[in-house]
Design a protein around this ligand. Structure first.
Ligand code: ATP
Length: 505
């Protein structure tokens, strides 16, 4: 993975996925699609547009509520999210771990200047920071001197069509000034003018499934319970970007909305919790590094009657990979009201439980497993990365990426031992057989065989097929297994099948 626009100094928190990265990300997302859509009959795929009607975001509540509480530290000028800041009880002394921003020293001096005497620095921690009445302190310098909290909407706003937002802004400012409006009034007028032509990049893929619920249900004659799945890009103007691709402004999600009968949401929540935990394990995350954490009532969205996060034990601690929420019928109701369309499902076989009459019409309830694809990729990389020390002298030391074979960017490396005695030609034929079978293989001839094995261990190639002197004699090659470096001889014509069999496991 490379920093985006690197030759121009890079763009904050944006990354480009290079030849190996794109394969890993696609493989991970394909695994999700296979498990959600291809290997079952009750989930349908969707690819909705990233820019949707602005009313979608009004109805969903994102325009009003998709905000983070933003705060500025008045000592070190750090801008941060109040809800992610280190929590302290009123007046409590606590160590605050400094960020790596290199501003700590200056911040410390300013704290002293401001008469905050107890602060002491030990290594990367500040001791003696006292929480003000907010209960939190600046994550960078530990200071409790903070600006007021203000709501910051995380959606990216842009305009669609041949409108000139600047002209709208100028007109709004002129009109407001003419009326004697103060800064606040001008701001409001500008905001209203921009809203007229505003569209937003989606901050989640989920709304596509809600607004297309009826089209999908009717065109596929889908019977409840059923799901609609989508994966793709989402955009959030995150205040704090952190941990490489863990939290970035442009990222990818894998989300599924499961439509079910009223009263069955909690049951399905249990089902999806279990199913999703198994899936993360199936792609190589170990059970002891995964856990489900239930949202406390204070963090639970008002419409949800139960939400769990799948958390992974990242190098910095437990953090969210996926949210699994029982969302009641909130979303369909909100869009029905906003669009004035009836988003109801009719079950002709069932009786209405209230009237006892045949044919039950209802607004389905929804359970949503919403996973991060790019975040998942980071978890998979953390889980797979391994350094083997080798023997006492360090011989045999290596870095190896123990990726699940289905996720590995390259499935098989085909390696002629030396570049003579017809070995390259034989290797080319074997590589072609892999290509013909649709298996991503690499023919690799450069450098000594040991270096080539090391290179493929580092990118997680699970199988190396080596053509050597014996190949011409008995039509066999060695297959080397990445994880234990075991080598076996197999027939040339068995190589493709052997790798394909392993990929199915
Ligand atoms: P967080 O609390 O970490 O901000 P969230 O609860 O807002 O996440 P959801 O809205 O539930 O996240 O989104 C579902 C999933 O999308 C998350 O579990 C995460 O894997 C992924 N995701 C959300 N925001 C980002 C981001 N900025 N960068 C990368 N992945 C993200």
């Amino acid at each position: 993975m490379f920093q985006s626009s690197e030759i121009y100094g890079g763009l904050r928190s944006a990354y480009d996925y290079g030849p190996m990265g794109v394969e890993l990300k696609r493989n991970l997302m394909n695994e999700w699609w296979t498990s959600m859509v291809h290997s079952r009959e009750d989930i349908y795929g969707l690819d909705a547009s990233i820019i949707m009607h602005p009313k979608v975001w009004r109805s969903s509540g994102h325009l009003a509520n998709f905000t983070d509480p933003l705060v500025d530290c008045q000592v070190c000028q750090e801008r941060f999210r109040a809800d992610k800041a280190p929590k302290l009880a009123e007046g409590e002394d606590a160590p605050i771990t400094l960020g790596d921003k290199g501003r700590a020293k200056a911040a410390l001096a300013k704290l002293h200047e401001a008469g905050h005497e107890h602060i002491e620095r030990k290594g990367k921690q500040l001791f003696g920071a006292k929480a003000g009445d907010r209960g939190y302190v600046c994550p960078n310098c530990g200071s409790p001197y903070l600006s007021a909290e203000r709501d910051f909407n995380g959606m990216f706003r842009t305009s669609l069509g041949a409108v000139d937002p600047m002209a709208q802004v100028i007109a709004a400012v002129k009109a407001s000034v003419a009326e004697g409006g103060d800064d606040k009034a001008i701001r409001k007028a500008v905001d209203a003018a921009l809203e007229e032509s505003a569209v937003y990049l989606r901050p989640e893929t989920a709304q596509g499934m809600f607004v297309q619920f009826l089209n999908v249900q009717q065109s596929m004659a889908a019977k409840i319970p059923f799901g609609i799945a989508q994966m793709g890009k989402s955009f959030r103007n995150e205040v704090t970007v952190e941990h490489f691709i863990f939290r970035s402004c442009e990222f990818e999600q894998m989300e599924m909305e499961w439509f079910c009968e009223p009263g069955t949401g909690r049951e399905w929540l249990e089902y999806w919790k279990e199913t999703r935990m198994k899936w993360w394990q199936s792609i190589g995350l170990s059970a002891d590094k995964l856990r489900l954490r239930e949202h406390e009532s204070s963090e639970l969205a008002h419409y949800s009657d139960g939400t769990f996060d799948v958390e992974y034990d990242f190098p910095w601690g437990w953090d969210e990979l996926e949210g699994i929420a029982s969302r009641t019928n909130y979303d369909l109701n909100a869009h029905a009201e906003g669009s004035n369309k009836k988003l109801v499902y009719t079950d002709p076989e069932k009786d209405n439980p209230e009237t006892g009459k045949k044919g039950w019409r209802y607004v389905p309830h929804v359970v949503e497993p919403a996973a991060g694809a790019t975040r998942g990729m980071l978890a998979v990389l953390c889980a797979a990365y391994d350094e083997e020390p080798g023997d006492e002298s360090g011989k045999g030391a290596r870095t190896v990426l123990r990726l699940h074979p289905r996720l590995a960017p390259v499935k098989a490396a085909v390696l002629p031992l030396v570049r003579k005695q017809g070995m390259p030609e034989t290797a080319r034929k074997i590589a072609d057989a892999f290509f013909a079978a649709g298996v991503n293989a690499k023919l690799d001839m450069q450098h000594a065989i040991g270096r080539r094995y090391a290179r493929h261990d580092e990118i997680g190639t699970p199988y190396c097929i080596t053509v050597d002197g014996q190949t011409a004699e008995d039509d066999t090659v060695t297959i080397r297994y990445r994880d234990d470096r075991r080598q076996e001889r197999i027939k040339v014509e068995a190589a493709v099948d052997e790798v394909r069999r392993a990929l199915r496991e």
